[in-house]
Design a protein around this ligand. Structure first.
Ligand code: ADP
Length: 457
C-alpha cells in the first residue's frame, strides 16, 4: 500500500521536476509549475469523473469498472474485485433462495407467511390451489379477509396453537383442510395447511365399520346367549365336562356382549355432535346412584363405599354420558380393589375446575402404564382384566366423554396403595352450589394420598 503511494509521489515529483527544468530554461518557472499542477489535478478530475460515471450506471453489476493506471488503477481494480466477490455471493444466495422456493413449491401442504399485522407476506404454490390465494393481488391483504371461516378466525385470534384445527375448504366443500399455526420472529405466523380429505374419509370408514360390525354382532350374540341360558337352565342331565364347557361359553359370550356394547357406545360418542342442550345434573344424587349400582354389582366383595360431596352441586352436563363415565370409573375401582377395600366418590369445587373423583385403595397401577391407560384395548394385565370381564375400552369411553365436556381426566396411582381418577370439568359447567344443611353428607379425610400422577387431555 505504501509502495503505491510512493510511486504516485514519485510520478508527481518527476512531472514537477521536468516542468521545473523547462520553466527554468524558459525563465517561466511559476507558469511551468502551475501548468504541471493543473495537469495533475486535471488528470485526477478525469479519473474521478470516469469513476462517478461508472458508479451511476444502472447496470453497475454487469459492466466492468474503467481501465486505469497508478493509484487510480489500484482503486478501480479493488472495486472490480469487490464487485466480483459480491456477484458470486449474490449468485449463491439466489441459488439458495431458488432452491427454497422450488422445494416449497413442491410441497403438497400450503405454507403461508403472515406478518405481525396479520397481513399476507408470502405463500407457496399449494396455498394457491388449497386456499385460492392469488399472487400478487393478495399480497399484504389481511389474512382474515381471505380465509373467512369463523372457526379459522377464532383459532387465528386465540393465540394458542398447540392443536391444529380442521375445517372444510372455503372453495370446495369436499376438501377437508387441517390448519396449523406456528409463531416465529416478532409475532409473525406461519400457517401450514394440509389436505386431510383422504385421512378423514378413512377415519369415517373406520368409525362406520366398527359401528356396523358391532351393531351386526349384537343379534347373534343375543341368540347364542339365550340358547346357552336355556341349555344351562336344564343342564341336570348333562355331564360335568359339557356343563363346564357351556359355562365357559356363557362367560365368553357375556364378555363379547360387553365389548360390542362398549364399541357401540364409543362409536356413538365419536359420531354424535356435541349437544348444545345440556341438562342440570345434581352431582350428589348422581354419585349416590352410581354408588348403589356399583355396590350391588360387586356385592360379594363387601367394599366400603363413601360419598364426599360437601355442597349441593348442580352442573350442566349430559347426564347419561356423565353417569356412564363416573360409573365406569367406579366399576373399575371395585374390580381392581380387593375384598373389603374402600371406594370414595367425591366432588368439589377447585380453584379453576369442578372435580369429580373416584378413589380406591386397591391394587394401583405402575407409573409407566399411566399415559397409555385411555387407549382402546390397553390393559395393564390382560389376563386379570378379562378374568374380571374387562373389555379394555372403559377408560377410552371415559376420556371421550371428558373431551366432549371440555374436561380433563387426571390419573394418580401407586401400586399397592390405590388409584385416584379425577375428572376436572370447566368451572363454567357449575350452575349452582348451595351449602349442605342436612348433615347427611358423609365427609372424611382422604387417607394416604398416592403421589404418582399423569395428566391426560
Ligand atoms: P378394563 O375393561 O380392562 O378394565 P379399562 O379401559 O377400564 O379396561 O382400564 C384399562 C386398564 O386400566 C385395566 O385393564 C386395568 O389394568 C387398569 N385400571 C383401570 N382402573 C383401575 C383401578 N381403579 N385400579 C387399578 N387398575 C385400574
Amino acid at each position: 500500500l505504501l509502495r503505491d503511494w510512493r510511486k504516485e509521489l514519485n510520478r508527481l515529483l518527476i512531472v514537477t521536476f521536468i516542468f521545473g527544468c523547462v520553466g527554468y530554461f524558459l525563465n517561466a518557472m511559476t507558469l511551468a509549475l502551475l501548468i504541471a499542477l493543473a495537469l495533475y489535478i486535471g488528470q485526477n478530475f478525469y479519473q474521478l469523473r470516469r469513476l462517478h460515471k461508472w458508479l451511476s450506471q444502472d447496470h453497475i453489476n454487469k459492466s466492468e469498472p474503467p481501465e486505469s493506471f497508478g493509484l487510480w488503477g489500484d482503486i478501480l481494480d479493488g472495486i472490480y474485485r469487490l464487485q466480483k466477490r459480491e456477484r458470486k455471493s449474490s449468485r449463491k444466495l439466489k441459488a439458495i433462495i431458488d432452491k427454497a422456493q422450488e422445494s416449497s413449491a413442491a410441497l403438497e401442504m400450503a405454507v403461508v407467511m403472515v406478518s405481525k399485522h396479520s397481513t399476507l407476506v408470502w405463500w407457496n404454490k399449494a396455498a394457491e390451489t388449497l386456499l385460492g390465494l392469488h399472487f400478487p393481488n393478495d399480497q399484504n391483504q389481511a389474512v382474515l379477509n381471505l380465509i373467512r371461516d369463523p372457526r379459522f378466525a377464532d383459532y387465528f385470534n386465540s393465540g394458542s396453537f398447540t392443536e391444529p384445527v380442521v375445517i372444510t375448504s372455503p372453495g370446495n366443500k369436499n376438501l377437508i383442510l387441517e390448519y396449523h399455526i406456528t409463531l416465529f420472529g416478532e409475532n409473525e405466523r406461519l400457517i401450514i395447511v394440509r389436505d386431510i380429505t383422504q385421512i378423514h374419509r378413512l377415519e369415517l370408514m373406520r368409525k362406520d365399520f366398527v359401528g356396523n360390525v358391532s351393531h351386526e354382532l349384537g343379534t347373534p350374540i343375543t341368540v347364542i346367549k339365550g340358547y346357552l341360558e336355556n341349555i344351562l337352565d336344564n343342564a341336570d342331565d348333562l355331564s360335568e365336562m359339557w356343563r363346564n364347557a357351556l359355562l365357559q361359553m356363557q362367560q365368553q359370550s357375556n364378555r363379547m356382549e360387553n365389548i360390542v356394547q362398549d364399541l357401540l357406545l364409543l362409536a356413538s360418542l365419536e359420531t354424535k355432535v356435541i349437544a348444545n342442550h345440556q341438562e342440570s345434573v345434581n352431582v350428589r344424587t348422581l354419585l349416590n346412584e352410581i354408588k348403589s349400582d356399583t355396590a350391588q354389582i360387586f356385592a360379594d366383595k363387601s367394599h366400603e363405599f363413601k360419598i364426599d360431596c360437601a355442597n349441593e352441586y348442580t352442573i350442566s352436563a349430559d347426564r347419561s354420558e356423565l353417569y356412564s363415565a363416573i360409573s365406569n370409573l367406579a366399576i373399575n375401582a371395585a374390580k381392581y380393589t380387593p375384598v373389603g377395600g374402600t371406594i370414595i366418590l367425591s366432588a368439589r369445587r377447585e380453584q379453576d375446575s369442578f372435580d369429580i373423583e373416584v378413589q380406591d385403595n386397591g391394587i394401583g397401577i405402575e407409573k409407566h402404564h399411566l399415559p397409555r391407560l385411555t387407549e382402546r384395548f390397553y390393559r395393564v394385565d390382560a389376563s386379570r382384566s378379562s378374568e374380571s370381564g374387562g373389555t379394555g375400552l372403559g377408560l377410552a369411553i371415559v376420556k371421550h366423554i371428558m373431551v366432549r365436556h371440555g374436561a380433563n381426566l387426571k390419573i394418580i396411582s401407586n401400586p399397592e396403595k390405590g388409584s385416584r381418577f379425577i375428572c376436572s370439568l370447566p368451572l363454567a359447567r357449575l350452575i349452582d352450589s348451595t351449602e349442605d344443611s342436612s348433615g347427611a353428607n358423609n365427609t372424611h379425610t382422604i387417607p394416604d394420598r398416592p403421589d404418582i400422577g399423569a395428566r391426560l387431555h
